[in-house]
Design a protein around this ligand. Sequence first.
Ligand code: C5P
Length: 250
Amino acid sequence: MSDDSRPSPAAALTAAVIPAAGRGVRLGPGAPKALRALGGTPMLIHAVRAMAASRAVSLVIVVAPPDGTAEVKSLLDAYALPERTDFLVVSGGATRQESVKLGLDALPPEYAVVLVHDAARPLVPVDTVDAVIEAVRDGAPAVVPAVPLADTVKQVEPAAAPDDPEPVVATPDRSLLRAVQTPQGFDRATLIRAHETVTDAVTDDAGMVEQIGVRVVAVPGHEEAFKVTRPLDLVLAEAVLARRRLNDGF
Ligand code: C5P
């Protein structure tokens, strides 16, 4: 294929993969985390809407719990979603990494830009999604939304005995640290190569891209893109939704 026949980056089709197959054990007992309600709507539906809210995203691939694909399909049918976006549901794996890989396996060839977005970050604003897509379309192979840290971070080493305090071994310069969110955005070929190459356990997709020696860049994230992990995060998420409803009402 000659360079002339490739779509220009600005026109590159963009898909979002949403890994939603985790149990969410830290949130307490109950349904898989992505299927729990926030403001009466499943967290996953909020996350799907957050991706589909970007006019650049024309396909959303949801990676469902292996025993929950039928339920996820019927949820996507039951809730209003933009008509201009296509939706696919695939079955997930034992780890987040495997679930993302299974989502990428379902990605049609014409999509040149891919976002990976945790279902557990249901409230990411569309401006953040668009900023990530724009940076990839402008030529960055891997982009993460990131925010500065409020807390100072200490590196520790394991305690000598289970009840002993952990020795602190370092204090990294906080001004150079960032908390990384999703959606993370990638040039499709780069992300697929990373998933085919890296077998170590990682906690985010950009980490895999770093491991294959490709540069990752950070754009500003947003405080509302926080991950719903523990019970207190649900309280915060409900408060954010209530504030949005109030603002929309005026
Ligand atoms: O566990 P953690 O909060 O890091 O999960 C991040 C995202 O990865 C969640 O949206 C979760 O549903 C998803 N996940 C997955 N498959 C797994 C484990 C987690 O899709 N096996």
